[in-house]
Design a protein around this ligand. Structure first.
Ligand code: GLU
Length: 446
């Protein structure tokens, strides 16, 4: 059986790291199993869905390196949803209800006050045809509920193991609103059936939905026809807080605009909450190779922006010049030797622009001991420079001044770069060249 999975965001906002983890897990699973990945835009909520969010979702998934094989928009599949609703109505599984939100709320309050679970009491099932007509005549419009079996629904979740949910404890879900629009529950199942989805991989906030949806799958497609399910734990903040509180700051668009490498984020989301260590991977292929559903832990996965930044730095250290050359050129800096000299000192690639002046100037040197600096300037070797020149130079300075260790190296770094810390000087010296190095040792901005 070839696998088909789907990632089904609602275009009601920007993608955040929590959604992106679901997308990554689906994508890696599809690639690992040689299957297909459907991007499905769940836009049944016509009030909140916006084209600009759909565009942004597609854009940011492309940035992240997730390519879809199939694409669908729920709003274009209304006839199929309608046909499924008709089928459920004919089977007596979708029934009209006329309660207003206020009436339902009052009923719930009464149930809670008398110690009963606030589950819909199916009063509408008892309405006679005349009562329904009278309600319609009075201007009420029906919303439609799915009649749950009120039995135990079981499935073997690929992450959670055996799951059992008694639908007797759930309210019959509303599938169609009184204005005739579908809520998410039914269209999702219809589309999953029509696109032959074999595995539904999503966050564990959908576990209860799954019990309901398995019943709908069976009502529409037959017993045992529901796909396999995998519910992954949600991402939580480093301190254990729910991520949703800080969603704004964790949208993928923001992380992208902040200069994060997409593979740093993909690596992080693929590995957090799994039995693998979190590490930087330079390609999706490597993430696919290491992927296994069994590695996903049942405990919540952590998302720590500081750890992500760290991973970004580690990823940059792995990248060869060819992987970054166009971006370096676009930033007005360049050269393989420069990249090799500075990559270990970057957190974000944009940091290259702050390090570029070390090579081309201007650098304002920091001279703490003019005598020492002058002694160093006097023994600066002649060009050509290569990576051995730094060793030759510092040995000469040591011989001339008697200094060694930090006392030797630190003032040289301050003079040559104006910085306390920075890239390796043996790599920088040949790049800055003798004229500039000499000027800086002499205290001149160069
Ligand atoms: N649109 C739904 C959501 O974003 C999809 C859930 C699902 O994967 O079925 O929560």
């Amino acid at each position: 059986m070839s696998t088909v999975v789907r990632f089904a965001p609602s275009p009601t906002g920007l993608l955040h790291v929590g959604n992106a983890r679901t997308a990554i897990v689906n994508y890696l699973f599809a690639r690992k199993t040689g299957g297909q990945f459907l991007l499905r835009i769940d836009d049944t909520d016509t009030e909140r869905s916006k084209q600009e969010y759909e565009d942004a979702i597609i854009d940011v998934l492309r940035w992240l390196g997730i390519k879809h094989d199939l694409f669908a928009r729920q709003s274009e599949r209304s006839p199929a949803h309608q046909a499924a609703a008709d089928k459920l109505k004919a089977a007596g599984l979708l029934y009209p209800c006329y309660e207003t939100a206020m009436e339902l709320d009052r009923r719930r309050q009464r149930q809670i006050a008398s110690g009963k679970p606030p589950v819909y009491d199916r009063a509408a099932l008892k309405l006679t045809a005349e009562e329904r007509e009278a309600l319609e005549a009075s201007g009420r419009r029906a919303h439609w509920r799915f009649k749950l079996s009120q039995t135990k629904v079981k499935w073997t979740d690929l992450i959670r193991g055996e799951v059992e949910i008694d639908t007797a404890h759930l309210s019959d879900p509303v599938l169609i609103r009184e204005d005739g629009r579908f809520l998410y529950t039914l269209p999702s199942v219809v589309d999953d059936v029509d696109f032959n989805i074999t595995h539904i991989i999503r966050g564990e906030d959908h576990v209860t939905n799954t019990a309901v949806q398995i019943e709908i799958f069976e009502a529409l497609a037959g017993k045992g026809k529901a796909p396999a399910f995998a519910h992954h734990p949600l991402l939580i903040g480093a301190g254990g807080e729910a991520l949703s509180k800080r969603l704004g700051s964790l949208s993928l668009a923001m992380l992208r605009d902040d200069g994060l490498e997409p593979m740093a984020l993909a690596s992080y989301l693929a590995k957090t909450g799994t039995s693998d260590p979190i590490a930087a991977f330079a390609s999706m292929d490597e993430l696919v190779a290491g992927f296994a559903m069994e590695k996903i832990a049942r405990a919540p996965a952590h998302f720590d922006p500081a750890e992500l930044t760290n991973l970004n730095a580690k990823l940059l250290h792995l990248l060869p010049y060819t992987a970054v050359a166009p971006r370096l050129e676009a930033a007005g800096v360049g050269g393989e030797a420069f990249w090799e000299a500075v990559k270990a000192n970057l957190t974000r690639i944009a940091d290259v622009t702050t390090l570029w002046p070390l090579v081309v100037g201007p650098v304002t040197p920091v001279i703490e001991d003019a005598g020492f600096a002058a002694a160093a300037a006097a023994v600066l070797p002649p060009e050509p420079f290569d990576e051995t020149s730094w060793g030759v130079f510092t040995k000469a300075v040591q011989a001339a001044t008697g200094r060694k260790g930090k006392d030797l190296f630190h003032p040289l770094r301050l003079a040559l770069t104006g910085l306390e810390h920075g890239p390796e000087l043996k790599k920088l010296l040949p790049l800055m060249g003798r004229t500039r190095a000499l000027a800086r040792l002499n205290g001149e901005t160069a």
